[in-house]
Design a protein around this ligand. Structure first.
Ligand code: FAD
Length: 389
């Protein structure tokens, strides 16, 4: 009987738990999931929450109510890992493991940006709900969407939000009174995905009358002047600013040399997602994307969970059937009343980081693609933690 302890019970950790539940016999494994919030959250719907199109209960569920009985969900915050002794320290006590899986995502550091409390964002549940309140009060003026961090969950999210806001104010009959600008560190909208994505999306943003300010990273917010100030000392006036907060590795990783890579994020090998030093520690998801050179996206966490789970099954059963990592991003996004569907293959870029962007194809734009978000949301809550995936 092996003790598998999973830290983080959301997209990556929840899926590993589900896979192990399905693939291993009950007498072979104890699956414990430690999560500081004790919830499963569908973060792609935080955009909807901020726009009033979802309630908190629709996007966040108590994981102890969802989990299959073969999985033990425990609400606990991990504060340290002793890799040599195979122990995880938490605020409610210590847990021993034979195999540890780390999927705690990224930590949000609002305090790193002076004035952050005066602007909105939708990168956490609480802030998405606050944004909804303040957005409802805005009848005219300038909305500026920007970022204080180049590394953040869901790289396309600022542009997606700009297009959702276009639709939001159009439906309220206020679009002519609201100016929308995205100010971002990259030279062109969606530049990091290459011209096959960037060119058509830039055109759609233009059609929606959404402005773009390149090479802009927020250094601070000046609430008295109602300005966001960039690292180059440029300023943008706002009536409402939406600023992506600084994303960092979680504290227990930051302080632990055994758990972090050269870039300070999670240590993980691309082939099997094992720690560089310890074969009994796996790390996946947002925690490791900056180490690998990938963006933070649930779709990466999903395929990494598949591969890591297959190696864990091999560790436990002695089989030798690992699942190679599928480094693709399949993305259904929304813009205005339409959605679109993008497929990006990162295989070559991972082998050679000097390749500027992944191999992407935009397969369409239409109302049907808007539905895919809602369908995936249902699928997520119907499968994760339940051993059905
Ligand atoms: C607004 C928004 C829109 C998005 N849209 C998309 C999209 O369209 N497509 C897409 O692919 N991705 C999208 N993402 C990104 C996606 O949600 C993340 O990449 C994905 O959730 C990462 O999974 P993870 O398991 O690595 O981390 P997370 O999902 O962040 O889960 C980490 C879990 O670990 C727990 N945890 C953290 N620290 C500790 C600790 N010390 N002790 C115990 N537990 C801890 C947390 O409570 C959390 O439950 C979006 C994200 C946001 C915010």
């Amino acid at each position: 009987m092996k003790n598998v302890v999973i830290v983080g019970g959301n997209a990556g950790g929840g899926l590993v738990a589900s896979r192990l539940e399905r693939l291993l016999k009950e007498e072979d494994v104890n699956i414990t999931v430690l999560d500081k919030n004790g919830t499963v959250d569908f973060m792609p719907s935080y955009t909807y929450l901020a726009l009033g199109a979802r309630t908190k209960d629709q996007v966040s569920k108590d994981f102890s109510k969802i989990a299959s009985k073969k999985i033990k969900p425990i609400k606990a915050e991990v504060t340290d890992v002793n890799a040599a002794e195979r122990k995880v320290k938490t605020n409610i006590g210590e847990f021993n493991y034979d195999i540890l899986v780390l999927s705690p995502g990224a930590a949000i550091n609002e305090a790193a940006t002076p004035g952050m409390n005066n602007v909105e964002h939708f990168w956490t549940l609480d802030r998405a709900m606050r944004m909804k309140q303040n957005l409802g009060k805005l009848k005219k003026g300038k909305i500026v969407i920007s970022t204080a961090s180049m590394i953040y969950r869901c790289p396309p999210a600022p542009w997606e939000m700009s297009m959702l806001l276009h639709e939001y104010f159009l439906n309220k009959g206020l679009r002519n009174d609201i100016e929308i600008t995205v100010a971002h560190p990259v030279g062109k909208p969606f530049e990091m995905f290459g011209p096959s994505i960037s060119d058509p999306l830039t055109q759609w943003l233009n059609e929606m009358n959404i402005n773009y300010q390149p090479k802009f990273t927020v250094a601070k917010v000046d609430p008295d002047k109602k300005e966001i100030v960039s690292t180059n000392n440029e300023t943008l006036k706002y009536d409402m600013a939406i600023v992506t907060p600084v994303h960092e590795p979680p504290e227990f990783v930051k302080k632990n040399d055994d758990l972090k890579s050269k870039v300070g994020w999670g240590s993980s090998r691309l082939r099997d997602f094992k720690n560089e030093k310890y074969d009994d520690i796996y790390a996946i998801g947002d925690l490791i994307e900056p180490t690998l050179g990938l963006g933070m996206a649930g779709v990466f966490a999903h395929f990494q969970a598949d591969t890591a789970a297959s190696f864990i099954v091999d560790d436990i059963t002695g089989s030798n059937l690992p699942l190679p990592y599928n480094s693709v991003a399949i993305c259904a996004m929304e813009g205005g009343s339409y959605g679109w569907f993008a497929y990006c293959d990162f295989k070559d870029k991972l082998k050679n980081p000097t390749i500027p962007f992944p191999d992407c194809t935009l397969t369409g734009r239409g109302r049907i693609y808007k539905l895919m978000h809602a369908v995936y949301e249902r699928y997520y809550f119907a499968t994760i933690f339940r051993g059905r995936i």
